[in-house]
Design a protein around this ligand. Structure first.
Ligand code: HAX
Length: 439
């Protein structure tokens, strides 16, 4: 076994013992009540999942194993000459609970580089799709095509003990993460660069190699990718992509199948596709007004028009967060250092100044503050990655780190198949009548 895998197994065994005790001693403790409104309205706030990799506080934002994003930017190892965290380090942290050393991170970079070869049939599968196919559809299909490589599926078919599930899921996780940048870059170059593909450079870290294969070899863009791939990785367990991966994985579908489910969820406009929608919305605003830097008054009017047309203002609002998303702030800080004069970046900042008050004044939007997707497009456009319908694929590559680390945990902790109870409205009506009769 590799030493990261050994370490994960040791930490997971300890945690499994801990959980056994918790269930034995406190298993009957009630966590919260569940209301009828929650059952109808997206199960908001119902504590019904265990996800070890990160925890979301509605006011403070995400913490990965207890570390906030500013702390991660400082504590996780950086690339030589860089100052942004390497996502390899975050993966190690999510998997083991410990901040990695430079050596740990280099070990993961090297492991992923070694495993990054994508079989030809995956490229052939992508090529079979019309070039016009949305990149997220191509990406999800490519992940499914790669499922032929699943060690878990093979081992399960041959017959393995439950105790070994985690091992094969771990192996699939490492291979899948290693190959995603190559697949994503292939889709990008196929769709937007006349199929002129760029071979991987095994000497680069995971993010810099991805940037290189996309066709961006400058230092500052590689730094953006390191930050981007770190901050989009995980947002505790209840969001659509994480929950879908976890749910499908609970049926013992292998990591490829489970991750593909997560990606089809990420492709929704209320979730990951919002990053594409945000930049389109901003560019429409610029186009309609005939200026790259509309005034705050013009922006305010445009927001009101968007709301009046019955549309959402993309990049704003969140099901859990109630303050500015620290992932937005991290990108804003990056932009202040690298491209403070970019007009689209400045427009993003001006939207941030006027949108919350307008959204709040509707009286119904619970969180008027920006989320992660409000900023990313402007940064990517600045560096020349202008094809916004590719943006959610970048998000997807990053999201693999969190949801697949969690899948390793799910199997290491022996979590069972997920099966919450559902009701019909007739059942709810009878329940209300019965409760009122006994009251
Ligand atoms: N613009 C306009 N209306 C909004 C809104 C926004 N940005 N955010 C919420 N609302 C509306 C909702 O549509 C809902 O309206 P109805 O009652 O008429 O149905 C009402 O306000 C209450 O919604 P909420 O409780 O505040 O928000 P939800 O938890 O239901 O939804 C969403 C959370 C993120 C889906 C929502 O805020 C939204 O649609 N935002 C815009 C899309 C977006 O940015 N999505 C990305 C979220 C982050 C993420 O997952 N990234 O991948």
């Amino acid at each position: 076994m590799g030493y990261v895998k050994d370490k994960f197994k040791a930490v997971a065994d300890e945690q499994a013992k801990e959980i056994k005790n918790i269930i034995a001693e406190h298993g009957e403790m009630v966590l919260d009540k569940v209301t009828i409104a929650q059952a109808y309205q997206g199960m908001r706030g119902i504590p019904g999942l265990i996800t070890e990799t990160s925890l979301l506080d509605s006011n403070e934002g995400i913490r990965f194993r207890g570390y906030s994003i500013p702390e991660l930017r400082e504590k996780l190892p950086h690339a030589e000459g860089g100052s942004e965290p390497l996502p390899e380090g975050l993966f190690y942290l999510m998997l083991t609970g410990e901040v990695p050393t430079q050596e740990n991170v280099e070990h993961i970079s090297a492991t992923w580089a070694r495993r990054s070869h994508v079989p030809n049939h995956v490229f052939a599968t992508i090529e079979a799709l019309p070039v016009s196919t949305h990149p997220m559809t191509q990406f999800s299909i490519a992940v499914l095509a790669l499922q032929t490589e699943s060690k878990f599926a093979k081992a399960y078919e041959e017959g393995i003990s439950k105790k070994e599930y985690w091992d094969y899921v771990y192996e699939d996780t490492m291979t899948l993460i290693a190959r995603l940048p190559r697949i994503a870059a292939y889709i990008y170059r196929r769709k937007y660069k006349n199929g002129e593909h760029i071979q991987p450079d095994g000497m680069l870290d995971w993010s810099a190699n991805f940037a290189h294969m996309l066709g961006f070899d400058n230092h500052s863009f590689a730094e953006l990718m390191r930050l981007y791939l770190t901050i989009h990785s995980d947002h505790e367990g209840g969001n659509v992509s994480a929950h879908a991966t976890h749910l499908v994985g609970s049926a013992l579908s292998d990591p490829y199948l489970s991750f593909a489910a997560g990606m089809t969820g990420l492709a929704g406009p209320l979730h990951g596709l919002a990053n594409q929608e945000v930049i389109r919305w901003i560019e429409e605003l610029q186009e309609n007004l005939g200026t790259l830097e509309p005034s705050k008054e013009q922006i305010a009017q445009y927001i009101k028009d968007t709301l009046a047309a019955g549309k959402v203002v993309p990049g704003y609002g969140h099901a859990v967060l109630r303050k500015t998303d620290p992932r937005f702030t991290a990108q804003m800080e990056f932009a202040k250092t690298h491209c403070p004069e970019n007009p689209t970046v400045k427009t993003v900042w001006n939207v941030y100044e006027v949108a919350p008050a307008i959204l709040e004044s509707t009286g119904k939007i619970k969180n008027p503050w920006p989320n992660v997707d409000a900023h990313s497009g402007a940064l990517l456009k600045h560096y020349g990655l202008v094809e916004e319908d590719f943006y959610t694929v970048l998000f997807g590559v990053s999201r693999a780190l969190g949801v697949l680390a969690s899948l390793c945990w799910d199997r290491a902790l022996g979590f069972p198949i997920e099966r919450p109870k559902s009701m019909t409205t007739e059942w709810v009506q009878k329940f209300i009548a019965k409760s009122q009769a006994t009251a």
